[in-house]
Write a protein that binds this ligand. Structure first.
Ligand code: ZN
Ligand code: ZN
Length: 664
């Protein structure tokens, strides 16, 4: 039955059925019975079989199904939603089912990040100390110090993006001096967005960088007067130097990568994510680096659905890569948990424009057109969907010139091809994308780089970056995402907050009222909107009979909390395909427990991932100004937090602005 079938009586959704309705329901007669039931479930009901595996009742459900936008309860069987409606209606299916009382909480379709780097992020998650969500540099440095103290040689401590200096009360990064003081012997690698990396002296030694190391093309090694590297590496504008340096660090062995990926997926589940579309990534090779997710899939341990695109790693050899892969894989090969989703986000290196708003826009080379045409022609012939990274309108113009040329010979319509990022896309190019049946995947990179963009291009130019409303008005499919884990955090609520409020994580308002999205519209992009980008829009992203049973019960009511509280929302209960994959608070213990993060010194054990509310659990609430008023965060100090303290105490102790001695 279609999700659009109208119920015969439109009773208020939060009321139970009257007796007559109830009788019809029980007898299995009449159209009323079929409301909200999938065909198979209806057949089971008629046979008196047990209907549901899982029921959530007493919820405020936002279904995003136009036929029934609100509901109170839903039932799941065999991984799909089989009924949705009032408590009384759905509880008819209760015998034999696990019933969970949502206690009036908001329940939404599971979030779908249509542009993230989960596979790469998962391989490394357990190695990374994350500053995502930390609100003061003082806290961040206390975390760093605590981690340095327990990290054994020759391991590194790495903070690999997901934060920006503007999120800190101090509005700055640490200095190299401060990092060296905290970590005289342990290599520390700190990546800020796409623009710079800070390496302490131990990390420079581990990388083998000295006065004889030349600057790579597009990158710069800052040097002191004697020509020795200071530890600051800059993308000018190519971030290869940053990633190549990171790649010199120790890696996790494969069984640890499995554990690490599980922890990363659970972290995403904690934030209500149930699906992602993985955009590949530099240094992420197919098929080698996909073995971990394939193993997790075989073992039934994926807790996030993954559709993955393949990213070429060979400058000059892009066509060969795709020629090989189109022989190995069919479009959409896989299943609803792990599926191939075509090519990208790198199709050809000559089309890659780096999203570094603190630097001038890069001019792309003349090879772009011939390179891209050969690859897109091949993909279109094989009916492979494809995505392409494109930040600036100037790049998009040239990309669309190529696509139109190919489209005249082989139609691209129906392929679900799309442009990623598109911060400065023009109205004209949006129309060209619409005309060829393409989509646009947007992310909250501006929430992390908005200040840099405004500084270079001005307030006016920043007002529609990206112009999401215009895209929607033009009828272009729009999906939402994060582009995590480096240039932005993976937290979807930060991205929803940005869509709704137009503010950066540093608090700068970027957009006019007319360009902001209503909360439900933003949620739609994050669910049903993103589903189009893996061709899953028929069965994912809404809650209605027949849809995949992917949803999240929220810690606070997304539709009612103040704007400022949106970014602090988490999920208290996350369900993927009818399986509980995360539970918190009242629902803690409902999800299977994970083995502890490996290795035992993993920052994840102590600090977890995103610091929701800016509070850092596990940090010492030791008075760092206690001794003679000197700041013991500065060297030489041993401020490391050795006692866990309730996070509330921490905030009370350090206050909203953190350690003031870091302000200058
Ligand atoms: Zn990209
Ligand atoms: Zn990306």
């Amino acid at each position: 039955m279609s999700a659009h079938d109208k119920p015969p009586h439109d009773k208020p959704r939060d009321e139970g059925p009257d007796d007559a309705t109830r009788r019809r329901w029980l007898l299995g007669a009449g159209a009323a019975l079929t409301v909200g039931l999938a065909p198979r479930a209806r057949a089971d009901l008629l046979q008196g079989a047990t209907m549901a595996d899982l029921i959530i009742r007493n919820a405020r459900i936002t279904t995003l199904d136009p036929a029934r936008p609100q509901a109170q309860a839903l039932a799941v069987a065999n991984g799909r939603v089989v009924a949705i409606g009032s408590d009384a209606e759905v509880m008819q299916l209760a015998p034999g089912a696990q019933v969970i009382d949502a206690q009036g909480r908001r329940l939404v379709p599971g979030l779908n990040d249509s542009h993230t780097h989960l596979i790469r992020g998962g391989l490394n998650y357990n190695l990374e100390l994350r500053w995502d969500g930390v609100r003061s540099l003082a806290d961040a440095m206390a975390m760093l110090k605590a981690q340095v103290d327990i990290t054994p040689a020759p391991q590194w401590v790495r903070v690999v993006g997901g934060f920006t200096a503007t999120q800190f009360a101090e509005k700055r990064l640490p200095t190299l001096q401060e990092i060296n003081a905290i970590a005289p012997d342990t290599p520390v690698f700190l990546l800020h967005l796409y623009d710079r990396a800070l390496l302490n002296r131990a990390a420079l030694r581990a990388c083998g960088y000295d006065r004889d190391t030349p600057d790579p093309p597009g990158g710069r090694i800052e040097r002191d007067k004697a020509g020795n590297p200071t530890g600051l590496l800059l993308a000018k504008p190519n971030a290869l130097i940053l990633y190549a340096s990171l790649a010199k660090g120790p890696r996790l062995p494969p069984e640890y990568q499995v554990n690490s990926t599980r922890h990363f997926m659970r972290e995403l589940n904690r934030l209500g994510i149930t699906s992602v579309i993985d955009a590949g990534g530099g240094f992420q090779n197919y098929p080698e680096d996909y073995q971990v997710v394939e193993q997790l899939h075989r073992d039934g341990e994926l807790t996030v659905r993954i559709a993955y695109n393949l990213f070429t790693q060979h400058k000059g050899g892009e066509l060969d890569d795709f020629a090989t892969w189109t022989k190995m894989l069919q479009p959409r090969q896989g299943d609803d948990l792990l599926r191939h989703n075509g090519a990208g986000e790198m199709l050809v290196f000559s089309a890659a424009d780096f999203e570094l708003f603190s630097e001038p826009r890069p001019e792309l080379p003349a090879e772009l057109e011939p390179d891209l045409e050969s690859v897109v022609r091949l993909l279109a012939q094989h009916r492979w969907p494809f995505r392409i990274h494109a930040t600036y309108d100037e790049s998009i113009t040239r990309i669309l010139d190529v696509y139109e040329k190919v489209d005249r010979d082989i139609s691209l319509d129906g392929l679900h091809w799309f442009i990623d990022h598109a911060e400065t896309v023009s109205e004209r190019n949006i129309a060209r994308i619409a005309a060829m049946g393409g989509g646009i995947a947007v992310q909250h990179r501006m929430a992390y780089q908005g200040e840099a963009f405004v500084e270079r291009y001005g307030v006016q130019a920043a007002r529609q970056t990206p112009p999401v409303r215009r895209m929607l008005d033009a009828g272009v499919p729009v999906g939402a995402g994060t582009d995590a884990t480096r240039v932005a955090s993976y937290n979807p609520w930060v991205a929803l907050s940005w869509l709704v409020t137009g503010r950066t994580v540093g608090g700068l308002g970027l957009y006019g009222e007319e360009d902001l999205l209503e909360r439900e519209a933003a949620l739609r992009l994050w669910t049903h909107g993103s589903a189009w980008f893996s061709s899953d829009e028929d069965h994912k992203g809404r809650l209605a009979p027949g849809q995949l049973a992917d949803f999240a019960v929220l810690s606070a009511d997304y539709l009612r909390v103040p704007d400022a509280a949106i970014a602090d929302i988490t999920s208290v209960l996350t369900v993927v395909g009818g399986r509980i994959v995360h539970g918190d608070g009242d629902y803690a213990g409902l999800a299977p427990t994970l083995p502890p993060a490996m290795p035992d010194w993993s920052p994840v054990r102590r600090f977890g991932g995103y610091q929701v509310g800016g509070l850092v659990p596990g940090l010492v609430a030791q008075a760092h100004h206690a001794q003679g008023g000197a700041c013991r965060l500065h060297a030489p100090h041993d401020h490391a937090a050795h006692h866990a303290a309730p996070s509330d105490d921490l905030r009370g102790f350090w206050g909203a602005v953190g350690c003031a001695c870091f302000a200058f």
